[in-house]
Design a protein around this ligand. Structure first.
Ligand code: C2E
Ligand code: CA
Ligand code: CA
Ligand code: CA
Length: 277
């Protein structure tokens, strides 16, 4: 992998002899990634199924490593969780997403909500609330234009503290949604006590939606649960027209997925909103 002299690059892609070695290398690199400004955010539009309007975007982190190229968050977020770096990285994501959303508004685009993924460790940090407050203050973004996505498994671990944290967020005006819904074990009574804006049907149930009757049953159950609890329901991972038709027919509220748009740069969102998304 080392080709010194071809380009004068500083780094070279190491050859890992084991996954442990690779993990160690990535953890070391992750420590420097913030200071080296190697992270960016991509934004994936969320669309109202009835009006077709883009009303929100989900911020998705990207790590552009100088020699390894783009590393998937599926690979490095778990490492960041293990080392605790997720707290600083998550803080950067919060600030960047709020700043960008305010920039779009200042540029005259129709206001949209930016959704930020919050990991378990970040959610449990005692100062999550003050970090959110600071991100809003620094960006001058109104709280109602920020939404936090937490996973079902995270909030079910400790329902009481999750409810308390969420109530504080709600009193700030920040919205909360449950990500990857259907993959964990939500107690229905607990679900009612959370101050939620919406449920996100996990993409594993959407993938074979057109053909798989079990997945159809899950999707329909989540949609009707949302209706009963007065929550909006969004389907993620929507790739085909068949899936869209099924979701429309069954009164799902919103969708997100490659069918409408892949995650794009901030400039890509400007283009999309300007052309009347
Ligand atoms: P997620 O929150 O469930 O995000 C949805 C993932 O599905 C994203 O992958 C997105 O690019 C992908 N996706 C969107 N539309 C489609 C589709 O139509 N088909 C398929 N097959 N996939 C689609 P991505 O960006 O690689 O992120 C993976 C995971 O990494 C996220 O899953 C989330 O758990 C985590 N993640 C991403 N950004 C952040 C972040 O800023 N903070 C934290 N804590 N986690 C993040
Ligand atoms: Ca998410
Ligand atoms: Ca998800
Ligand atoms: Ca997921």
């Amino acid at each position: 992998a080392k080709e010194l002299g071809r380009d004068n690059f500083q780094f070279y892609a190491p050859e890992f002899n084991s996954t442990a070695q690779e993990k160690f290398f990535l953890q070391e690199e992750l420590r420097n990634a913030l200071a080296r400004a190697e992270f960016t955010l991509s934004y994936q539009p969320q669309v109202d199924l009835r009006s077709g309007h883009v009303f929100a975007v989900e911020a998705l982190i990207r790590w552009n490593h100088p020699s390894l190229g783009t590393i998937s968050p599926m690979k490095f977020i778990p490492l960041a969780e293990e080392t605790g770096l997720i707290v600083q990285i998550g803080d950067w994501v919060l600030h960047e997403a709020c700043r960008q959303n305010k920039d779009w508004q200042d540029a005259g685009l129709p206001p949209i909500v930016v959704c930020v993924n919050v990991s378990a460790r970040q959610f449990r940090e005692s100062n999550l609330i003050s970090r959110v407050v600071n991100a809003l203050k620094d960006s001058e973004l109104e709280a109602k234009y920020l939404e936090l996505e937490v996973t079902e498994s995270l909030i079910m671990q400790n329902i009481e503290t999750a409810v308390a944290t969420m109530n504080e967020l709600q009193s700030l005006g920040v919205q909360i949604s449950i990500d990857d819904f259907g993959t964990g074990y939500s107690s229905l009574s607990a679900l009612r006590t959370f101050p939620l804006a919406r449920l996100k049907i996990d993409k594993s149930f959407i993938k074979d939606l057109a053909a798989n009757e079990n997945d159809q049953a899950v999707a329909i159950a989540v949609i009707s649960l949302g209706q009963k609890l007065n929550l909006r329901v969004i389907a993620e991972g929507v790739e085909t027209e068949d899936q869209v038709a099924f979701l429309r027919k069954n009164n799902c509220d919103e969708m997100q997925g490659y069918h409408f748009s892949k995650p794009v740069s901030a400039a890509g969102i400007v283009q999309l909103l300007n052309t009347g998304g």
